[in-house]
Each structure stands twice: as C-alpha cells, then as structure tokens.
Design a protein around this ligand. Structure first.
Ligand SMILES: Cc1ncc(COP(=O)(O)O)c(C=O)c1O
Length: 386
C-alpha cells in the first residue's frame, strides 16, 4: 500500500510525544492535571439538550438533511448576527451551516486556492488554516505574530511578490492560541487590505462570545466592504459547550458562500436536522447559561493569572478566549518547559511552537478545567518556584 504524497506533506504532529509521555505517566498512576486541550468541561445548556431529544424523536429528522442547512437554522443565524453585531445577512445567500467550523475552515482552500497559490496564515495560529492550504496544493505563507505587535499581523510587511500570489488571508480574534483581541478599526483596515490586494479575508470567530472585563468582540462583517471581501466562521462549540455536536457556520460575501456550497454538496450531506434544531434553541433561547460560563472562565483566568503573576511570571490577563498564553522561563524552549512541567509537576500544557514557529518561547494554558484542579495546578507550579 502506498499513501499519497500530500499526506507526507502534512507537518508532523507535535503533540504526539507529549501524548505518549502523558499516557506513560498515567500508566504509572500519576495524577495528571491537563491544561492541554481547549474542550469545554461544562455540559451543553439543558434547553439545547431538550430540543435535541425532542427533535431526535421526530421521524422527519431521520432522513437526509438539506445540503444548505435548514432554512429555520439559517434564519436563526441571520437574526443572531443582527442582534449581536447589527449585521444584516440574507439567510439564503450569505449563510452556510457547517459540520463544525473546522470542516469549513479545512475546505475553504479547496474552493479558493489553486496549486501554487498562497494563503497568508497567522503564526502562531489554529493549525487547520495551514493543513487545509497544504492539502489543497497551495503554499502557506506564515505571518509572524509577536508580543511587540500585540499578536496582530503587520500586513504592510508582506512582500509584494507574495501578495501577488496570495488569494486568502486568515485571521482569528479572540485568538487561539495567543488570546489576543482586536477592535473594529483593525477589521476595517484588514478588509481594505483584502480589497486592495484582491484577497478573500477569512475570519475565524470561534471565541467572540467568550470575552471579559467589558470587552465586546467585533465581527469582521461589521467592517465596510466586508460583504464583498470577507467571510466569517462561527461555531456553537465553545459558546454553548457543544464541541461534540459538530455544528457551526460560515457567513459573508455571497460569491464565497456560493463556492463553499458548491463544494460541500460534493462532500457531505448536511447536518442532522435534530442538531440544527438544537442549534436554533441555542441561538434563540435564553443566554444566561452562556453568561454563567463566561463568568466561570473569567474566574479561572484570574486564578491562573494572579497565581502566575505572584510567581513573577510576565502574563497579561486576556480579554477573550479560553486560553492564557504564557512566556516560558529563560533558558527553556516551549518543548523543554512543557516536558519539565510534565516530568516535575504532572502538569500538561500545549507547547507554543505547536501552533507555528513564532509560538516558540510560549506555552498555552486552556481554562477548560474544573476550578479545584486549576487551583491545585497553580499550587504545583508554585512548588516548582520554591
Ligand atoms: C480557532 C479555532 N477555530 C475553529 C475551531 C474548530 O471548532 P469547531 O470545529 O468545533 O467548530 C477551533 C477549535 O478548537 C479553534 O480553536
């Protein structure tokens, strides 16, 4: 058997060695505290589960779903955009449900990148922007994000010859893994940049609903011209603790949505209608549960950041996302410090360079861990500094 060359082109899985060590430690009975994966520990809202249970019992949901999603779900998404961002969307032409946003993020390059074309990708960033580009035969050009520029791309520094081959610019705020946030002016400039250079601006908005201290994350679709040059990916995964349900969407420029629809009719056969009805319940229903979860993440962020600061770590409490991005002590790399924490304190974190070379020198803590375990983790870290 011979695998295709494109599989060999995929970057190696940096977490494999850590996963192996964690399995080893667990096997010898270690009490591992994992700040590794960004998967909400809290359950989905009860009214969402009820809507799903009811819908699953309805035989109408047992047949093939529509390729373009239930019209009621698309309407619900359009109404949510209007309420949340003041953005008016045509639910038929400008919204496409996805089997989780990862599915659409991975497929977008198939619709927009020909072999040899460039996608501009934030470094560090969610790995699927790069792998989707590579598997579409494109070239992933990494745009370094550094603390000096607030983990925002310096768009003016992208060389002209790269821009000429570029078709897609990826952005993600609040960011995984850096937890950086932006304001609407940033998106206005990014949309103008995309327009000037004939790019599709693809914004991944997975964490816009998890923000703190009065900060409200904008949508790229609020920016003037966005409906000609941008799309935005969204997800119910993190907002409503629904990672297991696999439901999200892409919204924005109708020409781009049309291309994605055309592609998807050839790939999947839609999302289980019962899951879409649950999605409607999540978007249209009471939002108190979300507020409680955000409050919980804020509390955990403070526990972790206050703890780290009291140990002399230079960490800025983030205004959004479920992550804290922390520089490693001098003399360590991301990997060596990740290994050190696992070996000496049975603590798992994600090494920053797993998200791109510019993540070197950082580790990422996820806040999706029960408060008492988080407190215990902070105490173990404190023990290392004594
Ligand atoms: C930045 C970002 N985008 C997209 C996703 C994918 O989310 P989903 O496919 O569950 O909607 C994730 C998941 O961790 C993420 O961190």
């Amino acid at each position: 058997m011979r695998t295709a060359k494109r599989i060999e082109k995929l970057p190696p899985y940096l977490f494999a060695e850590i996963d192996r060590k964690v399995a080893e430690a667990r096997a010898r009975g270690a009490d591992i505290i994992s700040f590794g994966v960004g998967d909400p520990d809290l359950p989905s809202p009860p009214h969402v589960i009820e809507a799903m249970q009811k819908a699953a019992a309805d035989p109408a949901t047992h047949r093939y779903p529509s390729y373009t999603g239930m019209p009621e779900f698309r309407e619900s998404i359009a109404n949510w955009y209007d309420r949340r961002f003041g953005v008016k969307l045509d639910a038929n032409e400008e919204v496409q449900p996805l089997v989780g946003s990862k599915e659409g993020i991975f497929h977008l390059p198939v619709a927009f990148i020909d072999p040899g074309d460039v996608a501009l990708i934030p470094d560090p960033g969610y790995p699927v922007y790069e792998t989707g580009t590579i598997l579409a035969g494109g070239e992933a050009v990494l745009i370094p994000l550094t603390s000096a520029n607030g983990f925002r791309p310096d768009l003016g520094a992208i060389p002209q010859d790269v821009l000429e081959r570029a078709r897609v610019l990826w952005l993600n705020y609040p960011s995984n893994p850096t937890a950086a946030t932006v304001d609407k002016d940033f998106f206005m400039e990014a949309v103008q940049f995309a327009a000037r250079n004939d790019l599709l601006l693809a914004h991944d908005a997975a964490y816009t609903e998890i923000t703190f201290d009065g900060y409200v994350a904008p949508s790229v679709l609020e920016a003037e011209g966005a409906m000609e040059h941008a799309v935005e990916f969204h997800s119910l995964s993190k907002t409503y603790n629904m990672t297991g349900w696999r439901i999200g969407w892409v919204a924005g420029a109708p020409q781009a949505i049309e291309a994605i629809k055309r592609l998807k009719t050839n790939i999947d056969s839609g999302i289980f209608d019962a899951v879409q009805r649950a999605g409607i319940a999540a978007l249209d229903g009471p939002q108190e549960y979300l507020e409680e979860c955000v409050d919980r993440y804020r509390h955990r962020r403070d526990l972790l950041c206050d703890g780290l600061k009291s140990m002399g770590v230079d960490v800025e409490p983030p205004k959004g996302s479920i992550y804290v991005w922390v520089p490693v002590p001098e003399g360590h790399t991301s990997e060596s410090y990740t290994t050190f924490l696992l070996d000496k304190a049975d603590i798992v974190v994600a090494p920053g360079n797993g998200y791109g070379p510019s993540g070197q020198g950082f580790i990422r803590f996820s806040l999706t861990i029960a408060d008492d375990r988080l407190e215990e983790g902070v105490e173990r870290l404190r023990g290392l500094t004594r």
